[in-house]
Ligand binder design. Sequence first.
Ligand code: CUA
Length: 171
Amino acid sequence: MEIHKYEKVWLAGALLLIVGLIATVSYGAVGAGIEMVGDEGGQVDPASLDEHPKFGEPGTYQTGEDEYDVYVIAQQFSFEPGTSEPIRVPADSTVTLHVTSADVIHGFEVVGTNANTMAVPGQVATITIEVDEPGEYGLLCNEYCGSAHHAMEGSLEVVPQSEWNESMVVN
Ligand code: CUA
C-alpha cells in the first residue's frame, strides 16, 4: 500500500504528540520530586486534635541541638500557628513540619520554596526543610477549601540565632 508523503508526516507528528504527552504527564507525576502525602507522618483523629500530645499545643518543639519539629493545624480558614501569629523557627536549623487538618483538605505552601503539601484530615504530612538565613516567608493554602479559601494565609519567620529564645518553643 502506498502512503502519501504528507500522510507520513502527519503520522509522525501525531506519534510525537502522544510520546510528548506521556513524557510530560510522567514527569509531572514522578519526576519533579512530587509525591502523595505518605503515611510516615502517622495518623490522628481530626475531631480530637486538642487531646493530641503535640497538636493539642501546636507550635515549635526542639528535638535536637539544631533540630526542631513544628506542628501545624490547618482549618477553615487559618493555620495554627501561622495565621494569627507566625510559625517561628531559628536560622541555621533543620525543621520538620508536621501538618494536618481539623476539617477539610487544605494546602500548605511556604511561598517561594518547594515546601508544599496537602493537609488532609486524619493524616499527618511531614516535610523536612533546611533553614539558613533569617527572613520571613508567606504561607498559602493552595487547595480550595471553602468560601474564604483565598484569604487563608500566614507567615513563617526565620529568627536570627541571636534573637532566638526559650519562649519560642512549646516545651
Ligand atoms: Cu484552606 Cu484553601
